[in-house]
Design a binder for this molecule. Structure first.
Ligand code: AHR
Length: 356
């Protein structure tokens, strides 16, 4: 026990002696020296790039011929989509940029797979997305940002952080819906019963969600009730079949709110086969205002077509080029759109001048 105490005592004296010999910390005025360089740098967090021009070597002097665009189209579900696709293919030729076109065949899994494909394609430096649905894009967008791809949304908005894409160029679908509700109020003015049937676009898409919400905002002003609502997946065949099934149940309908022209034209065929006069016995409103809608309005079977502009390619490519050169862009560039009515005096001349 005695020996142990002596040992401890000796050790304390020794360490005190050593501390007295070590170099002292610099005076309080100087910040402590940086730690030795051996500390490994912190793992970088993958923050979305401020200007998405990281991947383009030509930036800030890129030209259209430097762009290789991967375009993720929804599919080919009707006249509007055909005009939208043509706008992108024709404008790419005119501008001299290389376009890789991906038809998602209206299948979300396909579209996400196509997105990954374009991220892994070293040639592609711009990705354009017409999103089938609003959700599920954050991860693939973060991958695209990390790969330095410029991402532009066209036609359809998505629910993702805005710094994950350059800009969205497309319609205010909620405003289109509000216009539709207001037009239906005018058409049903003075009617005792205001039952409306809704033909919905593909479930989950911004076009379908927002048009439905917008229409419900303004329909309340005149006491409209939506008594049937079902998807027709943007197609004339499904729009007709759904309307036929409803007509078997009841003919107590005063208005049809079809979220695009094709579904509305299908519903018109069903009404006629049920012995009703579309545009007279039942008021019909559609969205897009393609050539088929003008033909139906001129025939007096369709009452109103709320326009949705498909000719977006020039604006979208211009935005992609600006972003490639490091320019910051507004997060949304809404399309300019109108409303056309069967009662418009100059409807024929308008129809003659239309591109789609
Ligand atoms: O996103 C726009 C919509 O998509 C159009 O209204 C419809 O026709 C198309 O399928």
């Amino acid at each position: 026990m005695f020996r142990f105490k002596t040992l401890v005592f000796v050790l304390i004296v020794a360490s005190l002696a050593l501390a007295a010999c070590a170099p002292t910390a610099p005076a309080a005025t100087e910040p402590p020296a940086a730690p030795a360089a051996t500390v490994p740098p912190a793992a970088p967090t993958v923050a979305p790039p401020a200007a998405p021009a990281a991947g383009l070597a030509c930036s800030p002097n890129c030209e259209y011929s430097d762009l290789v665009v991967g375009f993720l189209q929804t599919g080919s579900e009707g006249g509007w989509r055909a005009a939208n696709t043509a706008s992108f293919k024709e404008t790419a030729d005119q501008l001299g940029l290389k376009l890789k076109f991906y038809d998602s065949q209206n299948d979300l899994a396909n579209q996400v797979a196509g997105f990954h494909q374009f991220i892994q394609d070293p040639e592609v430096n711009v990705i354009i997305l017409a999103a089938l649905e609003t959700t599920g894009w954050d991860d693939v967008l973060k991958e695209a940002a990390a790969a330095g791809k410029v991402v532009v949304l066209e036609d359809r908005r998505i629910d993702a952080a805005e710094d994950l894409y350059v800009t969205y160029i497309g319609s205010d679908f909620a405003e289109e819906g509000r216009k539709g509700g207001t037009e239906m109020c005018t058409l049903l003015e003075g009617m005792a019963s205001k039952n409306v049937w809704e033909l919905v676009g593909n479930v989950g898409s911004s076009a379908a969600k927002d048009r439905g919400q917008g229409f419900r905002e303004t329909m309340t002003a005149c006491g409209i009730t939506i008594t049937n609502s079902q998807t027709g997946n943007w197609s004339a065949t499904e729009g007709k079949a759904v309307t036929e099934a409803w007509l078997k149940e009841s003919t107590d309908v005063q208005g049809i709110f079809a979220q695009n022209d094709e579904m509305g034209l299908g519903a018109i065929e069903a009404l006629k086969e049920a012995g009703l006069k579309p545009g007279v016995d039942v008021q019909v409103i559609t969205f897009d205002a393609t050539a088929g809608a003008f033909k139906s309005m001129l025939a007096g079977e369709l009452n109103v077509a709320v326009e949705c502009n498909p000719l977006l390619a020039p604006q979208v490519y211009e935005a992609a080029l600006k972003a490639a050169n490091g320019e910051e862009l507004p997060k949304w560039v809404p399309s300019q759109e109108g409303v056309f009515r069967a009662s418009d005096a100059n409807l024929q001349s308008i129809a003659d001048g239309r591109k789609y």
